[in-house]
Ligand binder design. Sequence first.
Ligand code: ATP
Ligand code: TPS
Ligand code: MG
Length: 403
Amino acid sequence: MPRPTEDELIARYFAPLAGAGGLSLRDDAAVLTPRPGHDLVLTTDAVVAGVHYFADDPPASIAHKALGVNLSDLAAKGAEPTGFLLTLALSDDWDESWLAEFCTGLSEAAALASCPLLGGDTVRASGPTLLGITALGEVPSGTMVRRGAAQVGDRLLVTGSIGDAALGLKLRQKPAASWGEALSFPVRAALVDRYLHPQARLALAPALRAHARAAMDVSDGLVGDLAKMMRAADLGAEVEIARIPLSEAVRAAVAAVPGLLDTALTGGDDYEILCAADPAKVPALCEAAARAGLALTEIGTVTEGGAPRSSARPTARRAASAPARSATSDRFQRPRRGVESLKRTKLGSICARVGSLARLGAWIRAGVRARSTGREARVARSRPLAISAVRRRGNARQSRTVE
Ligand SMILES: Nc1ncnc2c1ncn2[C@@H]1O[C@H](COP(=O)(O)OP(=O)(O)OP(=O)(O)O)[C@@H](O)[C@H]1O
Ligand SMILES: Cc1ncc(C[n+]2csc(CCOP(=O)(O)O)c2C)c(N)n1
Ligand SMILES: [Mg+2]
């Protein structure tokens, strides 16, 4: 059967999802008038087959994820969704039934969030399918919650539970994983569901605007994203690892294989919200979250920064005291090795104190400097991946001498 043309696709599958500003998807562009006294909040995120989802994931789930990761950014900014634009780059082998299911899922996800389709583009890709969504939201003027606005002494809080999706991804990759056998079938299914269907915490948006000082959503793993948030404020943080909210399923998995804690804390795909609030506002924030049906857990405190190293926003202090470094540890960055970087990160003392190199390694690989005394870890900014140098030297005591 011949595949529909782009115009046929639009009329059959996309126009039914269009909101008022989308003009039935029959014009060159959409048009919006933001509510008086409101700012527009704009965000865009793409998901790619084989990178962010599996090509054989259910098409409706893929749609839910593509929109959900964008709604999560709006939620973290305290914004309420207005609508979204969709760029669909379909791999050569797409078929209409896939697209029909995709649009069913997209329609459900959009309706749940009151976030209609406003427009988009459909093209053929020579590589894997890519779904790019640009989401628009609104906040009362001047109230968008910023990533970098935390202050020393603020409490750090996180919604929901961390690590479920990362373990769900592991199960999706290897359903017969031995640690999975410690979990009942419904618990395993719940983990995979967290991976497939991120739940943007939109219900938290008003509480964040009212009571939080800073926020971001956790898409790349709590460890890495906390480091990003602290870097944005040029501050550090002290996190009590034992307070990080873990579901029963994640606890059971970690009990079976302790190394899975690293996966849970650094794996990503959580789409929870990490926020910082004045301690005096924490009770009101938590009550508002509870009224919105969301758990919010205190996990630590914002502190003065460690040795400033980011070259992303140079300051006089940085220029005077520290070498430049790249902005984040992310999926594009290559490992940095060698004793020089080890010296600068003071990893030696950290490793000597922590004892569990394997556990700490994940924090440091994600660009976080941690000190630990028992169950507490002090987390600040650091040079990513220097842990590999420690490993190569193979001896924490020896490493300490180069601090
Ligand atoms: N190619 C790009 N062009 C312009 N701005 C970009 C580009 N890539 C990222 N940014 C901007 O950089 C900032 C940080 O982006 P980042 O991707 O870390 O945020 P995010 O969308 O919350 O994360 P994630 O992609 O993990 O969900 C955002 O303001 C984003 O708009
Ligand atoms: C098939 C598959 N393999 C791996 C992952 C894990 N993953 C890939 S990108 C990303 C963070 C956000 O990405 P970005 O920063 O590019 O927006 C995460 C957690 C996944 N979701 N699916
Ligand atoms: Mg984000």
